[in-house]
Design a protein around this ligand. Structure first.
Ligand SMILES: [Zn+2]
Length: 491
C-alpha cells in the first residue's frame, strides 16, 4: 500500500498551538497524526489512524495467542448489574454448554474518558481508542490463572516497542471478585501516582496502596481526662494546644455511606480514603458522603469537630493503626472539649477494624517493611477479574459435563491505544523527531521525493514506492511540493 502525503488532509506544523504534558507527544499533533478539534477532543488523521491500527494489530497478536477472537461490536449497550448487555447476550446465546468454553473476544472501540484533561493531549483525550477483551472460563481456577498471566504478557509486548510497563494492583484484596489492576509506565509528568517498594517490587495505585502496621505501643495506666480546647479548629491547632504529635490524635470522620452513618476513627495525620471504604461496603465511592452537622447532632448527639469514640452511640469503625497507637487525644462529643488518654480496647471498641486511609510515601511496604516511594506515571491499560460474580449476579449459567447448571468465570481488560501511542513517542525520540520502533511504526518505509517539481525525481519516487509496496511493505510517499528540509522534519 502507498499513502501519498500530497493527498492527505491536514497539514504538518512547525509548532503546535498548545503545549502538552508530557511534551514529546506534540510530535503526533505537529506530524498530522492527531488533530485537536476542541480542547481535550482529538481525532486521528490518516497517519494517526494508521498508527492506532498498527498498535491494535500488534496487541491483537497476544490476545489471539491467548484464545481471543477479534469481533466488531455496536456501541456500548447497558446490561444487567453493570455487565455489558452485549456480553450478556453473547453468553446467553452462544456459551450454553461446557463445550463452548473457554471463550474470548476482543474488539476495538472508541471509549469516553470521564476525567479528560486537555493539557494531557492523547493521554487525557476525552475519547480514545480502546482495545478491549473479555474472556470466559468454565472453572474459577482456569479464570484466575488467565487473569494472573495476562497483564505480564501485555507488559512484555510493550517492552518490544520501548515501553517499560508494569502491572500495578488497584484493589485491596487480590482474592476478592472485582479485583482490579492497571498497566502502568513510569514518567515524572504522569497523572497516575503509584506507591512502590524498590526492595521487593510491591506496587499499588495511590488509592489502593496499603502499608505495614507498626508494633503496638506500650502505654501507661492514665485514664481519659477532659480538656478544655477553645479556639481549637483543626488537627494542627489541637496538636499544638495539647502538645502531642498529630499521630497521637484520634480523628473522627462521620460519613453517610449507602444510607448508614458510620464514625471512622483514624490518626490525625492520615487522610480518609473513600475508595477503600467503598470496596469494603461494596458500594460506589460517590455513595459515600461526609455527614451533615444536623445529621450528626440528630442521629448520634455529637458535635461536628468534637466527635469522639468514648460513650458514643454510633456505629464506629477504626482504621487498623488505631489499636496499635496507644493513648490518644480524641473528641469529647461536647463543644470545645477533648479527651486525652483515650485507649482503644479499654475505653471503646469499634465494630470493625479496617484499612481506611491512604498510604503515603515513606510508609513501610506491606510486604517487606522498607519505605514506599511515590512515583508518577501513566495508565496504559486496566484489567479486572470478576471471578464468578457476574454469573451469580446475573443468574446466567452454562451446562457442565454432568448436565448441571454451573457458574462461569470471567476476566476483562482494556488497552488504551492513545496513551500507548503517546508513550511510544515519549520513549523513542531524538532531536529530529520520533524514532519509531519497527513494531509500532505506522508505515514500514518512508520515501521522500526531495524535489517533486523535477519530473524524473517524482517518477523515481513513485517507482521506488511501487516496488516496495509490491514486496508487501506499507509505504508512505512524501510527494508534496515542499522543501527537502521540511520533508526530513516530517518523517
Ligand atoms: Zn517491599
Amino acid at each position: 500500500m502507498i499513502a501519498r502525503m500530497s493527498e492527505m488532509t491536514g497539514k504538518t506544523l512547525k509548532e503546535h498551538k498548545r503545549t502538552f504534558v508530557p511534551e514529546n507527544q506534540s510530535l503526533l499533533f505537529r506530524g498530522n497524526y492527531f488533530k485537536e478539534l476542541t480542547p481535550g477532543v482529538s481525532m486521528q488523521f490518516a497517519r494517526g489512524a494508521k498508527l492506532i491500527g498498527r498498535l491494535c494489530s500488534f496487541f491483537e497478536e497476544t490476545l489471539k495467542e491467548t484464545g481471543c477472537e477479534m469481533i466488531s461490536v455496536p456501541p456500548n449497550m447497558a446490561g444487567k448489574n453493570g455487565f455489558p448487555g452485549l456480553m450478556a447476550s453473547l453468553i446467553e446465546n452462544e456459551l450454553k454448554s461446557y463445550k463452548d468454553y473457554p471463550a474470548g473476544f476482543c474488539f476495538k472501540q472508541m471509549v469516553e474518558r470521564m476525567d479528560y484533561k486537555a493539557s494531557a493531549g492523547v493521554f487525557g483525550s476525552k475519547y480514545f481508542a480502546g482495545l478491549n477483551y473479555w474472556r470466559f472460563f468454565d472453572s474459577l481456577e482456569a479464570n484466575d490463572k488467565s487473569y494472573a498471566s495476562f497483564p505480564s504478557a501485555i507488559a512484555e509486548k510493550m517492552s518490544e516497542i520501548g515501553i517499560d510497563a508494569k502491572f500495578v494492583k488497584d484493589s485491596k484484596d487480590e482474592f476478592k471478585p472485582g479485583v482490579r489492576g492497571i498497566l502502568w509506565a513510569g514518567h515524572e509528568q504522569g497523572d497516575k501516582a503509584v506507591l512502590r517498594c524498590e526492595s521487593c517490587g510491591y506496587a499499588a495505585t495511590e488509592r489502593m496502596a496499603s502499608k505495614q502496621l507498626q508494633k503496638a505501643e506500650e502505654c501507661g495506666p492514665e485514664m481519659p481526662e477532659m480538656i478544655h480546647t477553645p479556639q481549637v479548629k483543626t488537627i494542627k491547632d489541637l496538636s499544638v494546644f495539647a502538645d502531642v504529635p498529630e499521630t497521637k490524635i484520634s480523628k473522627a470522620i462521620a460519613v453517610s455511606a449507602g444510607g448508614r452513618l458510620i464514625v471512622l476513627m483514624m490518626r490525625g495525620d492520615r487522610t480518609f480514603n473513600p475508595h477503600k471504604l467503598s470496596e469494603i461496603l461494596e458500594i460506589d465511592a460517590d455513595e459515600i458522603k461526609m455527614a451533615e452537622d444536623e445529621e450528626i447532632e440528630a442521629k448520634i448527639g455529637s458535635k461536628s469537630g468534637f466527635i469522639g469514640p468514648v460513650g458514643l452511640g454510633a456505629e464506629i469503625w477504626a482504621d487498623s493503626e488505631i489499636p496499635v497507637s496507644g493513648l490518644m487525644v480524641a473528641g469529647a462529643n461536647k463543644k470545645d472539649y477533648h479527651l486525652k488518654n483515650v485507649l482503644y480496647g479499654r475505653d471503646y471498641k469499634a465494630s470493625r477494624v479496617e484499612d481506611l486511609v491512604y498510604a503515603e510515601e515513606g510508609d513501610p511496604c506491606p510486604c517487606c517493611g522498607k519505605a514506599l516511594k511515590l512515583v508518577r506515571g501513566f495508565e496504559l491499560g486496566s484489567f479486572a477479574n470478576y471471578g464468578e460474580s457476574f454469573s451469580e449476579a446475573s443468574g446466567m449459567t452454562f451446562l457442565n459435563a454432568e448436565g448441571k447448571a454451573s457458574a462461569f468465570g470471567c476476566n476483562q481488560g482494556r488497552i488504551d491505544l492513545y496513551s500507548v501511542a503517546g508513550m511510544v513517542c515519549q520513549e523513542n525520540r531524538d532531536e529530529m523527531g520520533i524514532c519509531w520502533p519497527e513494531k509500532a511504526s505506522p508505515y514500514d518505509v518512508h520515501v521522500l521525493v526531495l524535489n517533486s517539481k523535477k519530473e524524473e525525481q517524482a517518477a523515481l519516487g513513485e517507482k521506488v514506492a511501487a516496488e516496495l509496496s509490491s514486496l508487501g511493505k506499507d509505504v508512505i510517499l512524501d510527494d508534496r511540493p515542499e522543501r527537502a528540509g521540511f520533508k526530513f522534519k516530517d518523517c
